[in-house]
Structures are given as C-alpha cells and as structure tokens.
Design a protein around this ligand. Structure first.
Ligand SMILES: [Zn+2]
Length: 459
C-alpha cells in the first residue's frame, strides 16, 4: 500500500508542469492565423498552407471570448478572463464588474507558490494584457496606477516598450521608474542592457532603448536592427527565470501589436506581426524540447480584431501581393510627411506614385484596376491638396488618407476583407504542447484556460 501510494504521489508530481509559457496574441483570431499560413505558401507560388511553430502543436481548441457585459470584449476584460478565470466588464482590469473586488491572476498565484514569474509584451508594460496579470484597477486607463502595482507585484521580470504614464500630471509621486528601483528592480534598456546587468540583478525591468512616443515596440515590418523584439524578451525572460531553475516559472508573453495592425485593417503588417509572434514561440519551443516532461506551452488570443475575412467575394485569395508592402500604413504616412518636410514642399502626384510603387508595389509588381488608380489619385488631391492635411486617428497610430487608401486597396487586391476597425466576437484559437496540453481541446470559454493551468501546475 505504502509503496503504491509512493508511486502514485511520484507520478502525480511529474505531471505538474514546472515551467509554464502563456503566449497571448492580442487580436489574433482564427483568420489572422490562417491568413499567415496561406500567405507563406502563396508567396512560394503553391496553393496550400505552411504551418507556424504553434499551429503544429498537437492540441488545439476554440475559445469563446465574450465579456461580462458584451459579446465583443476589449483587451482588459478578455485579459482578466485569461489571467484569473473571471468574466468582467469591458475596460475593467483585474477586477470583477463591481470595480472593487480584485481577481487574483494565475501569475500572482504562481508567485505565491514560490515560482518565478515573467511578464513580457511588445506594447507598454502597463497596458491591459500585461496589466491583468499583476494589477487590479477599475479602469484600464489608469496606466500610472497600473505602473505602481507593477513595482508592488514582486515578480522577477518585466519587459515591454516603456511605461505609458510614468508621471502624474501634478507629480504627486516620484514616478514609476523610481518606484520600480525602490522595489528592487534593475531597469535595463534593450537586450544588450539586459545581458550586461542580468547577473547582478534580483529583479529586472527591461525597456526599449529609445522608446517611441506611442509607447510600443516597432511593428516587425518597420523594425530596425537595434530595436527590441519579443524574441529577445522571451530569450531574456527564460535566461532570468533559469537563474534559479529549482523554482520553476510562469511566464506570459504578449504579441500585443497584431491587434494594432488589425485596428488599422493593415493586412501585411498583421501577417508580419503574427510571424514575429511565432518567432518568440519558437524560443519557448526550443526550451520545451530540452525540458519536455516539465514544460507546458499555451498559445491563445484575447479576442479577434478587424473581423478579418479571407475573401471579398470572388472565390479567390491573393495574399502573396502583401509581400510588396514594406512598411506599416502608419510608418508610410510618417514617411510621406517627412519626405514633404525634406523637400520643403507639397509632394507631387508623381512623387507619391513613385513611393507607392516602392513601398506597396503598386503598378510595378501589383496590377491595379483603373478604378483603384483613380481612387488613389482622388485621395492624393484630398490629402495633399493643401499639404498632407488632417491625419486620421486610428486606434493606435495616426495615418493620412493617402496611406489609409493605399492599405485598403492592397487588402482588396489580396482579397482580404475587413468587417470593422475594432474588435469582433469571433472565436480565437488555443494551441498547446507539453505536460497537460491534452486538456486544451474542444470548445472552451476563455475563463477555463487559466483554471486548467492553475489545476495542472498546482498554483
Ligand atoms: Zn486585445
């Protein structure tokens, strides 16, 4: 009997994943994933699909995302569900709809149990998706307060572009950086900064070297070599977690800008961002290969963005043309603005045409209908008639009408349709590999995912 019990406890112990990776692709619905797989095959001239690292995981399912008060969730309600297993209202972060009762996240539970915890993102560290894992606020817009809670969390590792609102308007406190340092965090800038300071630090807050004014890391499609990536963040997080391998870890990594690209209905940027997210997952997968019996990787999304459709009615999809767009629409808009400033004059149609050729492949590599060309010309007049004119306020960046129309047209040629500039209530996928992964199959509510992780890992 005793022997049997011993064997049973031993086998029960080996079943709990010691290392848990939780990847959240913000805005990554099933069609974002499918479009990316079709694209990879289409650019090779083959009708078919090419798997991503995570789509090859052995277990997958479909996730229902509605929030407590609407069928179409936002990131804070969806994040709260994914972090704590509780539905809340849109805009509420890590609290029940009463805006008072905090919802404990599995990251907090794991940390209490002695696991090391890492939270990383391509947006700001105090944004909704990372925030739900360590903060509890009646509104996701309380960036500064979320930043304060970051320091109080005691989690070993944070990474992202920067703080969104490090200081209050009236400077009523010393600011999020000093708060973090006082709480024992070493603030490092960029991956090099991490490498330099990791050994001598107990806790790390890894931020971008030269954070941009929008508080996000650059889109993969726009990124320079010296800019931080989610892959670097994942590499640093694993390295830092394994400073004390006996403890085990929980880490959440967010591909936060798939959502931003979809808000702008920018298909090429969406696909490149999804591929970049997959690159980070490959790093976790390599770790899994070395620790197969102790690792669980979950990949999912908080909601779908854009109501992205893989057709616009012609029984065709032509996503390969997206390879010729080499900038996000926001970057192209800024680029045109800069060009105009450089020459100190309003750009001519011929000059804009040349840029559209270079950065969208129009006319040169992509045939446009005369109607589409006319639309671009008309938009040129509307946009540049009096300088570059008013910029359209996209949810996460500004874009001029010209770049907006060019991006709409390349989606049309690719036969990708968009139903909205905000979120949709569609399914999101979940993929899993490793210890306990078989539990993540079939249809499930988003609240079930953290509950399953908690049970499996014993948090
Ligand atoms: Zn989101």
């Amino acid at each position: 009997m005793i022997l049997m019990l011993l064997v049973l406890t031993a086998s029960a112990k080996t079943k709990a994943p010691k290392y848990v990776f939780y990847f959240i692709g913000d805005g990554m619905g099933v069609n974002q994933v499918m479009a990316t797989q079709y694209y990879l095959s289409d650019v090779e001239g083959k009708l078919g699909f090419k798997s991503l690292c995570f789509t090859d995981f052995p277990y997958s399912g479909l996730v229902i995302t509605h929030s407590a008060n609407t069928y179409v969730t936002d990131s804070s309600a969806a994040g709260t569900a994914l972090a704590s297993g509780q539905k809340t209202n849109n805009n509420v972060l890590g609290m029940l709809p009463d805006k008072e009762t905090p919802c404990k996240s599995i990251a907090e539970m794991a940390h209490e149990k002695g696991y090391r915890v890492a939270i990383g993102t391509t947006v700001c560290v105090d944004h909704a998706t990372p925030g739900v894992f360590y903060a509890h606020q009646p509104s996701r817009d309380n960036y500064h307060e979320i930043g304060i809670e970051l320091s109080q969390s005691g989690f070993e590792f944070f990474a992202g572009a920067d703080f969104h609102t490090p200081y209050t308007k009236d400077n009523s406190d010393e600011g999020n950086y000093i708060q973090a340092e006082k709480a024992g965090y070493t603030i490092v800038r960029g991956y090099d900064g991490y490498v330099e300071k990791a050994k001598s630090s107990d806790k790390i807050l890894m931020l971008e070297k030269k954070p941009k004014s929008d508080h996000y890391l650059s889109f993969a499609i726009d990124r320079n070599d010296d800019e931080m990536t989610l892959s670097q963040i994942t590499t640093a997080a694993i390295d830092f977690m394994m400073k004390d391998p006996k403890k085990g870890f929980f880490m959440m990594m967010e591909g936060g800008r798939i959502d931003n690209a979809c808000h702008g209905n920018d298909a090429a940027t969406t696909i490149k961002e999804t591929l970049d997210f997959d690159e980070a997952i490959k790093i976790a997968y390599d770790f899994y290969l070395k620790h197969k019996k102790e690792t669980l990787i979950i990949v999912t999304a908080d909601h779908e963005t854009g109501a992205m459709g893989l057709s616009n009615g012609a029984y065709r999809l032509n996503s390969k043309v997206l390879q010729y767009q080499d900038m996000s629409e926001g970057e192209f808009s800024a680029y045109l603005e800069n060009k105009g400033r450089e020459i100190g004059d309003i750009l001519t149609w011929e000059e804009v045409e040349e840029e559209l050729k270079k950065h969208y492949g129009f006319w040169d590599k992509i045939r446009l209908s005369s109607k589409q060309t006319d639309r671009l010309r008309t938009t040129y007049v509307e946009t540049f008639g009096m300088g570059q004119g008013e910029l359209k306020e996209e949810e996460y960046y500004k874009v001029d009408k010209m770049s907006d129309e060019a991006t709409r047209i390349i989606s049309e040629v690719a036969q990708i349709s968009w139903g909205t500039g905000s979120h949709s209530g569609g399914y999101v996928p979940v993929f899993a590999i490793g210890v306990g992964a078989e539990q993540f199959t079939g249809q499930m509510d988003n609240t079930e995912i953290p509950m399953k992780i908690k049970k499996l890992a014993g948090y």
